[in-house]
Design a protein around this ligand. Sequence first.
Ligand code: NAI
Length: 245
Amino acid sequence: MKIDLTGKVALVTGSTRGIGRAIAQGLHDAGARVAVCGRDLSRAQAVAAELGDGARGFAADVADVASVQALVADVEKAFGQLDILVNNAGLTRDNLMMRIKDEDWDMVIDANLRGAFVAMRAATRGMMKRRWGRVINIASIVGITGNKGQANYAASKAGLIGLTKSVAKELASRNILANVVAPGFIDTDMTAAMTPEARAAMAGVIPLERLGTPADVAGAVVFLASDAASYITGQVLVVDGGMVM
Ligand code: NAI
């Protein structure tokens, strides 16, 4: 089956770099028109220009409810519809649980979890009317396994899984599918901060013996957005080279 998203409009949050950028590229390559979104408008517009025809740049802070609502409204206005929502924007504020400050808890939950909820609530309204929609939320394997030093981040990613499954049940009758992609250890700015030793230790426990690439994650997202996945909803697709089985 050839993946063809011609005629669809996708919004990918946090898509000016890393995994989000690769997802935007993958959806655009498959024929979708794509809303590239970052915190900085000029950067988002530059990435949209790199993608080419049918891509446009938008700015939003996903930790801000009004900003997310305005983003969805702006995308629907600019493209006339929104069919595929990918909640990819995310951040870490790592520390041991005892040392996590309230503001670092709130920041991670507000951006990673509430931002996705607000975007879903806003974007699925139009999807319900058109009786077609795809929501793909980017979680993490640590939302399944937990991780020392990432209680806030792991809670936000586990929350995304429960959120997605609930919405999948609520909206299946409207032909809106909601799934999670849970990446493992992917080579991006987020993981570049680790020491070479820590990276080597992580790579050592990956059965495929390499870090993932943003394109590895994008492939799973494009699949879930496509008609090839039209009987799949409420699932967590782990993309981790076999780390978690
Ligand atoms: P990254 O740090 O390179 O990119 C994250 C993007 O989200 C950036 O463009 C950033 O500007 C944006 N962002 C962060 N906070 C935002 C906010 N408040 N408003 C708007 N945009 C915001 O990270 P990467 O690695 O590309 O991560 C993408 C997603 O994949 C994240 O949700 C992350 O949690 C998830 N993930 C990454 C893994 C990895 O190994 N790199 C593993 C598992 C999950």
